[in-house]
Design a protein around this ligand. Structure first.
Ligand code: C5P
Length: 319
């Protein structure tokens, strides 16, 4: 696969994608649904050291803390967990795993390696039961999009997937990060189920990502990309990678940049095929992955065989 080899080397372009995906991307660019108005400066030629330094200086994990309107007037300061997400996990987390849900992780036998990490991040409704050999069974943090909270198909209130883990939810807000507008018109109304879940399970750490954090990451992707990227939020995968880079000494990411097992199977746990899941239509996935490729300090063989990228934690970065 030519595109895969280019992705491994870091010089893929949108022009290499299937025409159907290119067309979808063009439509998202024209629609600009979230009102993106990029004012940053392009700096596409940064070295890895420069990139890491820029990330360390700019990336601040932020969750809703209830101090801003409209949430302040709704009593959210007392509703959100007392301990901020950044201080929840012990500072001594040496290595962390980010496990994407890509179909390519099937038959990887990565489970044992994944579970050997100090903390493991998973996404949305990705299960471990029945897939332990390939994905492991430890889950420390689960990032969930607002559809998980609102679509009855996911059984958010009952499913064991969402118990005994740290939950981090997000929803696409306007680029302006105007919290009033977002509260009135979220993509999917995650606020009501969030409040309900906090009231019923006050001891479970459960956060909502601040739109400023999400769009800050989008700005960073655009700044470091020559092409115009989709004006839509980064994927949960990219949000999770940057979250763990802020919390851990080192981050091992599995099947984000695809291995030789690359497949159009969207998720390892569902019989649904779509190349957009790996390369992106709505999310600027191709560009996220090119950026992560540039940050990879792991072995090229691990990338090809395991689909593994190794990234330094941001605390360890020296500028
Ligand atoms: O589809 P979902 O968002 O639940 O998957 C979690 C994350 O895993 C995605 O946001 C994306 O970053 C990554 N992923 C991928 N390739 C796939 C499926 C998911 O890179 N085929």
């Amino acid at each position: 696969r030519a595109l895969l080899r280019r992705l491994w080397k870091g010089d893929a372009s949108v022009r290499m994608l299937h025409p159907r995906l290119q067309k979808a991307m063009g439509a998202y660019l024209r629609a600009n649904k979230h009102g993106v108005n990029f004012r940053g400066r392009r700096a596409a030629g940064r070295s890895r050291a420069e990139l890491l330094c820029a990330l360390r200086g700019r990336v601040r994990v932020r969750t809703l803390d209830g101090s801003e309107p409209p949430f302040s007037a709704l009593g959210w300061r007392a509703l959100v967990p007392a301990v901020p997400l950044g201080r929840l996990l012990p500072h001594g987390l040496r290595t962390c795993a980010v496990v994407t849900s890509a179909g390519a992780i099937l038959n990887s036998s990565l489970g044992e390696e994944i579970d050997s990490h100090d903390a493991v991040l998973r996404f949305n409704s990705a299960p471990t039961r029945g897939y332990e050999k390939d994905v492991g069974n430890k889950t420390t943090v689960r990032i969930i999009n607002s559809q998980i909270l609102t679509n009855p198909r996911h059984h958010f209130t009952d499913s064991s997937l969402y118990k005994d883990v740290i939950l981090v939810a997000w929803d696409p807000a306007p680029y302006s990060a105007n919290l009033h507008l977002w509260y009135k018109k979220p993509d999917y109304n995650l606020f009501t189920p969030y409040v309900q879940h906090r009231q019923r399970n006050p001891n479970q750490p459960f956060y909502i990502l601040h739109p400023k954090f999400i769009w800050q990451l989008w700005d960073i992707i655009q700044e470091n990309t020559k092409e115009k990227i989709q004006p839509n939020p980064p994927s949960s995968g990219f949000l999770g990678i940057l979250l763990m880079m802020s919390l851990c000494g080192e981050v091992h990411v599995y099947e984000y940049i695809p291995s030789v097992r690359q497949t159009d199977l969207c998720h390892y746990h569902e019989p649904y095929y779509d190349a957009a899941c790996t390369l992106g239509a709505y999310h600027p996935l191709l560009y996220e992955k090119l950026l992560v490729q540039r940050l990879n300090t792991g072995a090229q063989g691990d990338l090809h065989r395991k689909g593994k990228v190794v990234l330094p934690g941001l605390r360890a970065v020296r500028c």
